[in-house]
Design a protein around this ligand. Structure first.
Ligand SMILES: Nc1nc2c(c(=O)[nH]1)N[C@H]1C(S)=C(S)[C@@H](COP(=O)(O)O)O[C@H]1N2
Ligand SMILES: [Mo]
Length: 417
């Protein structure tokens, strides 16, 4: 028997032996994340604004305590009609695709987690604390985002506040981190090779490197291949057409939509929302209120009003979207005119006959009501709406997130928001 090998704890630099680690690998992964996370942050803020959380009454507001963090809000436009489809498709697809890069980046710096002593000075302690917020924030944002996309809102309602406040904590730590590390990152990218362990000021280069099993280029290739695989199995849910078949990782929605004009993704089925066929039968009436007036309309009466057809997609916060569907029905501004609000109609509060659930009501801004493409849709693709797509009537608004396209509408109150 040979002498017992001495145990090397992870707090010892000798424990970390991969010859791949070094400032250059970390810097390369770092710049990819710098670009990617910046775009994630911007598209995330856009998605937040697209919900119109600042409308009066707080109907759409899942983060009433946002305070100054609501500074970025603006009136979300109604064009181009594919706007939310694009921004949210980018947000979700990019978030998924960056997962291997994030994991590789964390792997590349993991020896630093075990640095001893834990804090050499107050400055060092503060830096490590900010890293806790950085790494914790990154993992939190990616995990909550992926759970929301994959599991159909595991935390309905609260997802928005978790992901929103988490994003601000994370981005604060991220900005500090970038400011501290950018000079060293640029230097590492300029120098073609890593310093040896003795000259290394980053603590990343292995002091006792193991023989290489893969080159650094090979390792980056693996990360890239992982991202590419995730891209082709995710992006199809937003690109549509032939690509939809490649979207193996996309969520499958509340029900099988079947084929025909109503054969597109269903988010929450009628059964799932507790909407029964007898609530939507002959007795169903739409109540339109506003300007001190009230009108009730049956579906037959709605069908006798001027009908318009628009080609618009449904684009969900989860990242999936449909191709443009041919919706037809009554213009929202014509409904406002029915209660006398034909001059510059105001925003509207839309309520579903669904009794409970976070998405049973939504508010639309005046610019959305006024757009001639905004409809109370009665039909899609030349057929009556299916119960799962919102029969007898649902909202469809250009460029808006799917959540504002309320299904099984029962009441519309103009001027309530
Ligand atoms: N009443 C009601 N309307 C609703 C929802 C809901 O749960 N209840 N879900 C919304 C969400 S989040 C989306 S993405 C769209 C999806 O519409 P679809 O199922 O017809 O594709 O409906 C919206 N309208
Ligand atoms: Mo949605």
């Amino acid at each position: 028997m040979g002498a017992a090998r001495r145990f090397t704890p992870p707090t010892s630099p000798a424990f970390w032996r991969s010859p791949l680690r070094g400032p250059r690998l970390t810097a390369l992964l770092g710049v990819v994340l710098l670009a990617g996370i910046t775009l994630l942050f911007v598209t995330g803020l856009l998605s937040y604004a697209a919900y119109n959380p600042d409308l009066a009454g707080g109907v759409n507001d899942k983060t009433p305590g946002k305070g100054l963090l609501g500074f970025s809000l603006f009136a979300w436009p109604t064009g181009p009609h594919w706007l939310y489809r694009l921004t949210q498709g980018v947000h979700v697809t990019l978030g998924v695709v960056l997962v291997p890069v994030l994991l590789a980046k964390l792997w590349s710096v993991i020896p630093k987690l075990f640095t001893m002593p834990p804090a050499r000075s107050i400055g060092h302690a503060l830096e490590r604390l900010s890293l806790l917020l950085l790494v914790g924030g990154a993992l939190f944002e990616f995990v909550t985002g992926l759970l929301n996309v994959q599991l159909d809102y595991v935390f309905p309602g609260s997802f928005y506040s978790l992901h929103f406040y988490g994003a601000w904590v994370f981005i604060g730590a991220f900005v500090v981190h970038v400011a501290l590390k950018l000079p060293r990152t640029v230097q590492a990218l300029r120098e073609r090779t890593d310093p040896d362990a003795a000259a290394d000021d980053t603590g990343l280069v292995a002091v006792r490197p193991a023989p290489p099993t893969v080159s650094r280029r090979g390792a980056l290739g693996l990360v890239g291949a992982g991202s590419l695989l995730l891209f082709v199995t995710t992006a199809g849910q937003s690109i549509g057409g032939w690509w939809r078949r490649t979207a193996l990782l996309a969520p499958h929605g509340g029900a099988d939509p079947g084929s025909g004009p109503n054969g597109f993704q269903i988010n929450k089925s009628a059964a799932g929302a507790g909407v029964r066929a007898r609530d939507t039968g002959e007795d169903w009436q739409l109540m339109v209120e506003g300007g001190g007036r009230r009108v009730r309309l049956s579906r037959a009466e709605l069908l006798r009003l001027p009908q318009y057809e628009v080609a618009l997609p449904i684009a969900c916060v989860e990242g999936w979207s449909t191709e443009d569907q041919r919706w037809s029905g009554v213009r929202l501004r014509d409904l406002a005119a029915l209660v006398g609000l034909d001059e510059a109609p105001p925003g509207v509060l839309v309520e579903s006959l669904q009794l409970s659930g976070a998405f049973r009501r939504a508010a639309l801004r005046d610019n959305q009501v006024r757009d001639p493409r905004s409809l109370l849709a009665l039909r899609v693709g030349g057929a009556d709406l299916s119960l799962d797509h919102g029969y007898p009537a649902r909202i469809i608004v250009p460029a808006a997130p799917g959540v504002l396209n309320t299904k099984w509408v029962a009441r519309m109150t103009f001027g309530a928001v």
